[in-house]
Design a protein around this ligand. Structure first.
Ligand SMILES: NC(=O)c1ccc[n+]([C@@H]2O[C@H](COP(=O)([O-])OP(=O)(O)OC[C@H]3O[C@@H](n4cnc5c(N)ncnc54)[C@H](O)[C@@H]3O)[C@@H](O)[C@H]2O)c1
Ligand SMILES: O=P(O)(O)OC[C@H](O)CO
Length: 426
């Protein structure tokens, strides 16, 4: 589908927030100018981000692998499967069901990927010829998925490095934070983090998305942001279980706080900045997802707590609950890290080992008393070191094998909060 000349959609006129609620802000032209954006993935999140980007003036195409979805977007401005009540921006056009050709991919200067983490790799492979051709002039890449790949236990940035190389991984950007798609399409005020090892790319991505109802904050801690986004889904399942069992606010607040401590501890092993876990992508998304039935992960947990079987829940959920896969990957990862995280482990046993919701509650409330706060400890594993070396944030000279008798220097600032290492660290 050819592009018009690079002017704002609708000429010089600012697009209006036609479907906004009482919260209306004047739109401004993004400071990076209008872009040609391709959104890959036409589920809830890809659709809502494409709607936002088209509405604020970017020439936006959404790729759907289903012909009916393409037809419905282009004819009725509707997604027949997700966010079905919403009428999408008339400026948004769909392409597909075939993946865009190499020549078409050359037209875009921003590519947003909103494919569930377990399928991300297969879609990413289609972009490799583009990256090989464009080398350091690759389009700005924004990844919006929140999960860990089962089997490899890879974060999205590691999948990118594996499929596309470290040069692409280093400039990729990751959008995360408290952001239910169904609220974004209603133009409810939403705030997110966009992170990259490249501050320039993170800031550029922020400028593409930033508008009155959708605020962006940049970060240079993509690993912390991705870990937080993936892990909160597992803890949302735990919080849902508590709700399904009939527990109330004390339980949830305690669970979320201990979940935050587990997340910081795991983050430390990945050399993530502990402060990231206090950000929008950290506690922001953790609070949101652990406290709302609009969360699919919370819903899975709640239905398990009420006694439903996992297979039936997943068959009838109708949308992706990343936490189910991430719980399995996290179990494997915790083993490799030689680290315990009792809540995450209890979710794994509930999903994969036949434990019941009541078993889970007994186990977590049967933990011994312990100091709540412990000194932070950097517990980097060979898993995280391999990855950090691959993307160039750790040189081989800094690895433990090159540092007789001790851990290598850790480049991130040390936490003063003291809550990122739990007292049961081995
Ligand atoms: N929905 C939200 O509110 C929300 C918010 C923030 C982040 N996210 C994250 O965004 C990611 C996508 O979630 P979602 O809510 O859009 O999921 P969804 O279940 O609503 O949709 C998933 C979409 O991906 C498509 N898809 C799956 N495998 C594919 C493949 N191999 N090739 C092409 N398309 C494929 C499906 O057809 C579907 O359109 C997840 O990682 C999720 O955690 C979602
Ligand atoms: O519906 P969930 O549980 O996948 O959560 C969606 C988003 O991650 C919320 O920020």
């Amino acid at each position: 589908m050819p592009f018009e000349p690079m002017t704002p959609v609708g000429g010089d006129e600012k697009p209006s927030l036609s479907r906004s609620s009482s919260f209306k802000r004047k739109l401004s032209i993004p400071s990076v100018g209008y872009k040609r954006v391709l959104v890959l993935g036409s589920g809830s999140f890809g659709s809502c981000l494409a709607d936002h980007l088209a509405d604020i003036g970017h020439q936006t195409r959404i790729w759907a692998r289903n012909a009916d979805v393409v037809e419905s977007f282009n004819t009725h401005h509707k997604n027949p499967k997700y966010l079905t009540d919403h009428t999408f921006s008339k400026n948004l056009k769909a392409v597909g069901p075939e993946f865009p050709s190499f020549e078409d991919l050359l037209l875009y200067n921003v590519i947003v990927m909103a494919i569930p983490s377990q399928s991300m790799s297969s879609v990413l492979k289609n972009l490799v010829p583009l990256f090989e051709e464009k080398k350091d002039k690759a389009p700005l890449l924004v990844f919006a998925n929140k999960g860990i790949e089962a089997g490899s236990c890879f974060l999205p940035i590691e999948i990118i490095e594996r499929e596309c190389g470290k040069d692409i991984a280093k400039v990729s950007t990751f959008l995360s934070g408290p952001s239910f798609a169904k609220e974004i399409v209603q133009r409810m005020p939403t705030q997110v983090t966009i992170a990259s090892f490249s501050a320039t790319h993170a800031e550029q991505a922020c400028e593409v998305f930033h508008q009155g109802h959708f605020l962006t904050f940049s970060s240079t801690d993509p690993v912390g942001v991705e870990l937080a986004g993936a892990l909160k889904n597992v803890y949302a399942i735990a919080s849902g279980v508590a709700s399904g069992l009939g527990f109330q606010q004390n339980t949830r607040a305690g669970l979320v706080t201990r979940a935050s401590a587990e997340m910081q501890k795991i983050g430390t092993a990945f050399n993530a900045d502990p402060l990231t876990f206090l950000s929008l992508a950290g506690v922001g998304d953790l609070f949101l997802t652990c406290s709302s039935e609009n969360s699919r992960n919370f819903t899975v947990g709640k239905r398990l707590g009420e006694g439903e079987k996992l297979d039936h829940i997943l068959e009838t959920l109708g949308s992706t609950a990343e936490g189910v896969f991430t719980a399995e990957a996290m179990h494997e990862l915790l083993g490799r890290l030689e680290m315990s995280a009792p809540i995450a482990e209890a979710v794994y046993d509930l999903l994969y080992k036949g434990a019941t919701a009541a078993d889970m509650a007994d186990r977590l409330m049967g933990l011994p008393s312990m100091p709540e706060m412990a000194r932070p400890m950097a517990r980097r594993s060979s898993h995280s070191e391999r990855f950090m070396q691959a993307v160039g944030v750790l040189s081989p000279a800094q690895s433990p094998s090159a540092t007789p008798g001790g851990s290598p220097p850790v480049s991130r600032p040390q936490s003063r909060t003291g809550i990122n290492a739990l007292p049961d660290d081995k």
